[in-house]
Ligand binder design. Structure first.
Ligand SMILES: Nc1ncnc2c1ncn2[C@@H]1O[C@H](COP(=O)(O)OP(=O)(O)OP(=O)(O)O)[C@@H](O)[C@H]1O
Ligand SMILES: [Mg+2]
Length: 268
């Protein structure tokens, strides 16, 4: 499944400085983009507990198994077991759904997490981990091994304060500043002025800014020139370490891509 260009999949750990900051939306949209337009084989792993919802945003199917099922049977954890648990919303995009509450093992075991990530790296070009707000030691270890750690925050006072706390925790755990890619979500033009101040408070440069998406009911595509998809494409290019290919898929795949920009509310 790996493309010839990459011997090992690259891991991106996205984490929230506060609930509702946009981490899951960013994870699933980046996953779709990298799978569809670069195109890379992408795995999304939903580590959020409880109530991870990445799979819900990507597929209407119920997974056969989820993260908790895999973590509960470390001795059986191999490629086949991983494969059997994955939902596949697109030929190059797979998602490992979050653990259901009763099934999460009492303590996440570091060797099991490492085994899972090693299997994922063997099989996929990119692994996007939605880590939510979890900073317990197995997930910090996952972040220490990740190629990029991406704290997501918004420009409100409380979120900036928590983003600062989060960044300090991440750095103190031994992750070098050059691997940390802070993402400021829902940045509106009227927030442009205090960016310098904001970076001073954070103690680091804001590497990427995503604007407010006007209305998720309206399909947007990068070719329409709206700042939100254009900004997402730039972020995806940073992660992929190459610009968007000019010969990005056309025809049916492109139509699929455009359709996927539509926000699909969960079934009521
Ligand atoms: N740039 C944006 N523009 C408009 N709406 C956004 C943007 N980013 C996120 N949202 C909206 O904010 C809400 C929360 O997003 P999301 O579920 O991704 O956050 P989260 O950080 O994963 O939350 P949780 O803490 O519940 O896991 C969603 O309704 C999402 O559509
Ligand atoms: Mg979330």
């Amino acid at each position: 499944m790996l493309s010839p260009a990459s011997a090992h999949g690259r891991v991106f750990a996205l984490l929230s400085c506060k609930g509702g900051v946009g981490t899951t939306l960013l994870t699933v949209q980046l996953g779709r983009l990298l799978a569809e337009r670069w195109p890379l084989s992408v795995l999304i792993v939903d580590w959020v507990h409880p109530f991870g919802d990445a799979a819900l945003l990507l597929s209407t199917e119920d997974p056969h198994a989820h993260l908790g099922d895999l973590l509960r049977q470390p001795e059986r954890l191999d490629s086949a077991l991983l494969d059997s648990a994955l939902l596949r919303p697109h030929p190059r995009l797979a998602v490992l759904a979050a653990a259901e509450i009763p099934n999460l093992p009492p303590a996440l075991q570091l060797p099991t997490v490492q085994r899972l990530m090693a299997l994922a790296r063997e099989r996929f070009d990119c692994i996007l981990c939605d880590c939510g707000r979890q900073l317990h030691s197995p997930l910090l270890a996952l972040m220490q091994d990740a190629d990029r750690v991406m704290p997501v925050f918004q420009p409100t006072l409380a979120m900036i304060r928590d983003a600062r706390r989060l960044l300090v925790t991440v750095m103190e755990s031994g992750i070098e500043p050059e691997r940390v890619l802070p993402v400021l979500n829902r940045m509106e033009p009227r927030h442009q002025a205090p960016l310098d101040l904001l970076e001073q408070v954070l103690g680091t440069r804001v590497q990427h800014r995503l604007p407010e998406h006007p209305d998720f009911a309206v399909p947007l595509s990068p070719s329409q020139g709206h700042p939100w998809p254009r900004s997402l494409v730039r972020l995806a290019a940073t992660l992929a370490r190459q610009p968007e290919p000019q010969d990005a898929p056309r025809g049916i795949l492109q139509r699929w891509w455009r359709k996927q920009w539509r926000w699909n509310p969960p079934p009521s």
